[in-house]
Design a protein around this ligand. Structure first.
Ligand code: AMP
Ligand code: MG
Length: 433
């Protein structure tokens, strides 16, 4: 019987279903499968200190612990008054002053009175509005409206509980935590937050030409930069990266690495998914019974990208659950673009995050560009924006291996497959990263 290493590469089975999908259909597949796992990471929740929660996904809602604001709050420096009396224009006697952090302790405001008030202070009883200091005239101990100034009841006051009632949810489960959410948690007195556990992601870089950072590449070799790029992208997406050892383009090594990798929640391969004779990733996965949802996407860069699932497997008395995997093309820009398009949304869904799709925005094209019919192009580009305009221009590049051009870019210009020409001034989508 031939041992597995005797089997020439060319005799390995290709995946049963070879499918190259349109970009949207491919993304639909990914989101469909991810939806089945939605929030599976939230099953293992963690409580983390508030200041360590940025970037995590909320697993337990934040509720207001009291009415917000907790009292009728002045939004201006000025005078607390009765709106009708003030608007009538007569002089009002200044009965006192209330600052932020104080409560007016005098008798309720009378018709012909005003109380000086600072932004953030509670409105004194009897008053129903605040006249801005910019809109009044003073004379000794009296104040009145400037000519023609009127005030409505409730003006320059935020009513108690109008932002949130005590017990009301102010940040929902699935929110990605940033400063806005942390500020609300702090307002509610929460020093910790309960967040989704992080999915663990195995990263398998494949390729005979690869060496690790501690090695010195000879003239034929290149360093495994994808392992580092993918680790960073996984981390930024809120998951935990595990870089496995490089796999040579040899069946045994791939099998070994897959056995290790399937202990993690998701497997990412880099390289070995193109049409070359030594691109064995799909073949080895097919041999293990993998199901392929697509084995290519009509996009550029990133065309060879693969998405599939390894079946449940019994091994040494242990049941290893089914595992999803992505085979990302080895060319470094392709690796990163396909990560943003497919892997990031998949991970966000696992985490139970509310916004999961790739992050597209719109910008005006700064120059003419040619599209490629039938391919969704995502080209390294530079977004420049000011208060009125967002403009995008392609950075010159040498193709999908050009990491330097990729680093000069800050987004990818998206050229849909149904047009061949894009003109300066056209509004196009961009993929943010
Ligand atoms: P592949 O998709 O395996 O055909 O790889 C395409 C090209 O991508 C290779 O020729 C390498 O130049 C490059 N490449 C593959 N893997 C990596 C990696 N881990 N880090 C950096 N470049 C890579
Ligand atoms: Mg390769």
């Amino acid at each position: 019987m031939a041992t597995s290493s005797d089997i020439p590469n060319t005799s390995l089975p290709r995946p049963a279903t070879l499918r190259a999908l349109d970009f949207e259909a491919a993304l639909g597949e990914v989101l469909h499968h991810a939806a089945g796992l939605r929030g599976s990471s939230a099953a293992t929740i963690e409580e983390v200190p508030l200041l360590e929660s940025a970037g995590r996904v909320l697993a337990l809602a934040i509720a207001a612990d009291r009415d917000q604001p907790p009292f009728d709050r002045s939004t201006r420096d000025g005078f607390a008054v009765r709106a009708t009396e003030f608007s009538a224009g007569g002089w009002l006697r200044i009965a006192g002053q209330v600052r932020a952090g104080e409560v007016w302790s005098g008798p309720p405001l009378a018709n012909d009175e005003a109380i000086e008030i600072m932004t953030g202070a509670p409105l004194p009883a009897g008053a129903d509005a605040v006249a801005m200091v910019e809109h009044i005239e003073l004379d000794g101990g009296n104040v009145r409206a400037q000519q023609g100034r009127h005030l409505m009841a409730g003006e320059n006051v935020v009513a108690q509980g109008s932002e949130a009632r005590a017990g009301e949810i102010v940040v929902a489960v699935g929110s990605v935590i940033g400063a806005a959410e942390i500020a609300l948690a702090a307002t509610a007195g929460q020093s910790t937050l309960t967040v989704s556990g992080r999915p663990s992601v195995a990263i398998v870089a494949t390729g005979d030409e690869l060496v690790e950072l501690h090695e010195t590449p000879d003239s034929r070799q290149i360093r495994n930069s994808n392992g580092y790029a993918l680790s960073t992208l996984v981390k930024l997406a809120g998951a935990l990266p595990y870089r496995l050892a490089i796999a040579r383009d040899v069946r045994e090594e791939l099998l070994q690495r897959i056995a290790e990798a399937r202990r993690h929640d998701l497997i990412l391969f880099s390289g070995g998914v193109s049409m070359g004779k030594y691109d064995l990733v799909e073949e080895v996965l097919a041999e293990l019974g993998a199901e392929f949802f697509f084995t290519g996407v009509k996009m550029q860069p990133g065309k060879p990208v693969v998405f599939g699932r390894l079946p449940e497997r019994r091994e040494a008395g242990e049941t290893l659950p089914e595992r999803y995997f992505f085979g990302l093309p080895g060319n470094p820009v392709s690796t990163q673009v396909t990560f943003h398009c497919f892997v990031e949304p998949f991970l966000r869904m696992l985490l139970g995050a509310d916004a999961s799709g790739p992050r597209f925005a719109q910008a005006t094209l700064a120059h003419d560009v040619e599209g490629k019919p039938g391919l969704t192009r995502m080209l390294p580009a530079r977004l420049d924006s000011d208060v009125r305009h967002a403009s995008v221009k392609l950075v010159g590049w040498q193709g999908s291996g050009d990491l330097a051009a990729n680093a000069r870019a800050n987004c990818y210009a998206v050229l849909p497959p149904d047009r061949t020409e894009f003109r300066e001034g056209d509004v196009i989508s961009i993929l943010l990263r």
